[in-house]
Design a protein around this ligand. Structure first.
Ligand code: DAH
Length: 344
């Protein structure tokens, strides 16, 4: 019996040594130490042994079982460690490998221009205000001194939802909305970027939707010279320090006096060339002193307050600055066009 047990032990240990998977080791455990295994079977026959032999065989049986169990544990631990090692090796990351290139988008040129203009005016003490794109007839026209049958309304062909509701044709209605919020107390000093809409046929220089930036400064003793100084600072900052501006008399119902503002041509320096159509000047925006009626309608006393306002087209600014010849490039979103503004 002793020999039989020792033979079983050697057999089991040999099988454990051979096994190279956890599952195979567990199979050995079941087949040798399990209830139906040969060792159990040997022990069952112990009843037939004499009283002296029984404890000796019992002890051997225990030793055999312990030897097999120890070998099982040892092998399992070894296999588990090997498995961890294998996984670690497999999942190793080579931190020295070059990374995959990340495709980076670019800021849209219109966004870049709006942000640049905002920065300049923030530096001059303005804050940024906004207003709705769907506007009432009152704010888009009436509050800007364009009463219902005013002929100047024809200047702006509009998209109407109802008789009273339309897509704003300019950012000027935000002048009235902002002044109302200040309840007759200055200073009001805002710029207003935003989308505007007009019933124009799209071509190289017209778009039914485009962007404007409005400016408004209302306070005690705001003068035309303040307007000129602010616009000159803006033009030099946006187009270059060597640029000059000039004001030409014009007409807008919401300003009096009104001006058209030109900037000296960057191509010829003012001498006259193809770009400026030989005038030396390029028109960039409309401006003026806020009409007393407009101040009054939005709750400011024109005897105590005065102000200036201006409005400019963002696409036009971008086209002049980056020499873009077709406004439609801004909306067709061809990446060959857009990716040229990577560093802007
Ligand atoms: N709202 C005018 C337009 O869309 C632009 C403009 C002109 C705005 C003069 C102003 C201004 O604030 O003072 O054509």
């Amino acid at each position: 019996m002793k020999e039989r047990l020792e033979a079983l032990r050697d057999e089991a240990i040999a099988k454990i040594k051979e096994a190279n998977e956890i599952k195979a080791v567990q199979d050995v455990r079941v087949s040798y130490l399990g209830k139906k295994g040969p060792i159990t079977e040997v022990l069952r026959g112990m009843g037939k042994l004499s009283a002296e032999e029984r404890p000796i065989v019992g002890q051997i049986a225990n030793e055999v079982r312990e030897a097999i169990t120890a070998e099982l544990e040892k092998k399992l631990t070894a296999l588990e460690e090997a498995e961890i090692e294998r996984k670690l090796a497999e999942e190793q990351i080579d931190v020295s490998l070059p990374g995959r290139p990340v495709a980076r988008g670019t800021r849209h040129p219109l966004t870049a221009v709006v942000e640049e203009v905002e920065d300049t005016f923030l530096g001059l003490g303005f804050t940024v205000a906004e207003g709705p794109e769907v506007e009432t007839d009152y704010y888009n026209f009436e509050a800007l001194n364009l009463p219902k049958d005013h002929p100047a309304r024809d200047m702006q062909d509009s998209f109407y939802f109802t008789e009273e509701l339309l897509l704003r044709t300019h950012t000027s209605p935000v002048q009235a909305r902002t002044m109302e919020k200040f309840e007759g107390k200055g200073p009001v000093k805002v710029i207003v970027p935003g989308k505007v809409f007009r019933r124009d046929d799209d071509d190289a220089t017209h778009s039914h939707q485009f962007m404007q930036i409005e400016g408004l400064y209302v306070d005690h003793n705001v003068r035309m010279s303040d307007l000129k100084g602010v616009l000159e600072a803006f033009a030099k900052s946006f187009f270059g320090v060597d640029r000059r501006i000039r004001l030409r008399p014009s007409f807008f119902p919401f300003t009096e006096p009104s001006v058209e503002v030109d900037v000296s041509c960057g191509m010829c320096g003012g001498k006259g060339c193809r770009v400026c159509k030989n005038t030396g000047w390029i028109e960039v925006l409309g401006a003026g002193m806020v009409h007393p009626r407009v101040l009054e309608m939005s709750g400011f006393d024109p005897k105590k307050y005065s102000g200036f306002a201006f409005g400019m087209g963002v696409e036009r600014l971008a086209m002049l600055k980056y020499d873009i010849d077709d406004i439609r490039h801004f909306y067709t979103n061809d990446v060959r066009f857009l990716s040229q503004f990577k560093r802007v």
